[in-house]
Design a protein around this ligand. Structure first.
Ligand code: BTN
Length: 254
């Protein structure tokens, strides 16, 4: 079982992870926080097992019990709500930096929010927002990271991997989580004060910028050059005689 003591001793944040709920089983940590009345910034819910773990675009997220990290962070900062699309990029960069710092593994970010190692997916992010009228009232950032799972059964859009498989040894989940939160809190501040820094860090890790890509949006498929991302986190796709901003979908190098 995840040890709160081991996690807490290395946590160096003001808010993120300071209210921490550990559950053995839950439908989904995102669903839990979305329905919870609590709106305290930085609250975290971590489940050892989710039986209805949600992925992006109505997919499911499957993760072996007690092996990985599946958790959600409640974000309640008005300044962050001004750039909701940017939270994806900030979270992805913070995850990549935590993996690089702790394990010296080379990471890649894949638009909009996958983290890859050696072209295989090690982490995914699902952000949900709760609205009051037209304004965001709270944001739930759900993160799944494959830490110590060795075998993945099933069919996957991108082949999965784990830190353990890439490193060749098991790692301490608690240490990863506290390191990630320390970096995440710092990067959320950077996102508010210096968004260009986050864009630069994201671009440096995205190897498909400049490549011919296929964007799939349900039945709709578009081909073009992945030109860049904008300050809202949208993908800028160069088509034959125009540019289009893409806000959702799957991207693969053609
Ligand atoms: C994706 O890559 O499709 C996003 C996966 C997000 C999975 C995490 S696991 C914790 C949180 N709770 C959920 O139900 N989903 C997210």
């Amino acid at each position: 079982m995840f040890s709160i003591d081991k996690f807490d001793i290395k946590l160096d944040t003001d808010h993120i992870g300071r209210h921490f709920f550990l559950c053995e089983e839950l439908d989904s940590t995102n669903t839990y926080l979305m329905h919870d009345k609590n709106v305290l910034h930085g609250t975290v819910v971590l489940a050892e097992k989710q039986f209805k773990g949600k992925g992006r675009l109505d997919r499911i997220w499957i993760s072996g019990k007690g092996l990985n990290l599946t958790f959600s962070v409640l974000i309640n900062r008005k300044k962050v709500f001004k750039k909701p699309g940017f939270v994806n990029l900030t979270t992805a960069v913070a995850l990549a930096v935590a993996i690089e710092n702790l394990y010296q593994l080379r990471t890649e970010v894949k638009w909009p929010n996958d983290i890859l190692i050696n072209k295989k997916k090690v982490a995914g992010i699902l952000i949900e927002t709760s609205l009051q009228g037209e304004s965001i009232y709270k944001m739930v950032v759900g993160i799944g990271i494959n830490i110590n799972q060795a075998v993945f059964n099933g069919e996957f859009r991108i082949e999965p991997t784990s830190i353990r498989n890439e490193l060749g040894q098991n790692v301490e989940r608690e240490k990863f989580l506290s390191e990630f939160f320390n970096i995440y809190e710092e990067y959320i501040e950077k996102m508010i004060k210096n968004p260009e820094y986050i864009l630069k860090e994201w671009r440096e890790r995205c190897y498909s910028i400049g490549e011919s890509v296929t964007v799939t949006q349900g039945e709709n498929v578009k081909y073009g050059i992945f030109e860049d991302i904008d300050e809202k986190g949208a993908l800028i796709l160069r088509l034959q005689n125009r540019k289009e901003k893409i806000n959702f979908g799957d991207v693969s190098v053609s």
